[in-house]
Design a protein around this ligand. Sequence first.
Ligand code: FO1
Length: 319
Amino acid sequence: MRIVALAGGIGGARFLRGLREAIGPEDEITVIGNTGDDIHLYGLKVCPDLDTVMYTLGGGIHEEQGWGRADETWSIKAEMKEYGVGPEWFGLGDRDFATHLVRSQMLTAGYTLSQVTEALCVRWKPGVRLLPMSDDRVETHVRITDGDGTRAVHFQEYWVRLHAAVDAEAIIPVGADTAKPAPGVLEALAAADVILFPPSNPVVSIGTILAVPGIRAAVAAASAPVVGLSPIIGGAPVRGMADKVLVAVGVEATAEAVALDYGSELLDGWLVDTADEAAVAAVEAGGIACRAVPLLMTDVATTAEMARAALALAEQVRG
Ligand code: FO1
């Protein structure tokens, strides 16, 4: 079975680890990764969501953080501080720097982000095909108003330096309107037997992937059933601050609101946590099949159960 998953960062990567556990040897997973979180620092291109998927599935992730490398050291960061070169608020470790050096060197040599990602995965062997959503530069910026007035800040500054302290007024995936899907993305969606929306941030992760012209339409037109898993449990995001960006798009931080925002033209099925059993009727009323199952990804085995539930729902809704 050919499975395609649109994935963001930490939640998406953890889900994929369970999905990989849940499938058989004849199944294959293609991940379309969000690149809107990308940031250029010290002349290097950093791809947080692609790296989180690669490290998590490749066994190099810092498990508690969900980002960056395990057993990290911070000598380069300390030296940059001594030179007064920032930003201090974004933690790039020495091991992680190697990824960004290899990526940036290859991009400078003329390779595409897809080719770079494929090359990095030769080392990490994530057990999935990891495609960036686009080879073109897309960077999510956030419009906010705080003590410094109204302005747009890079998503990473909003997320990491400002800790999403103020609600986002608007989310702008800069460059998305002229970006093209990366090679293989549309083909994978057309050939998929199942398409999954993991519990990633529906606005800045999956929403950004869908903002690349052609991808939303390809998902909507796909013959494969599309099943999503709610990133919101009991009215709050499981991790991260999805509610802060949901405000920007006028979507309530509830399991049913996120499903209805994706809409039945995209989603055929939606999993909510057992805590949100009451949401099932509203989602089904929106034309989306809905089941309530445990959605807390406490460990790989539990996550594999979630993935099996998503694949089972896909079979039930397969037209
Ligand atoms: N998140 C933080 O909260 N603090 C950091 O200092 C930080 C550094 C960092 C470096 C590389 C990387 O790939 C991710 C990093 N993240 C950090 C996480 C990142 O902000 C998020 O993983 C995604 O952008 C959101 O999914």
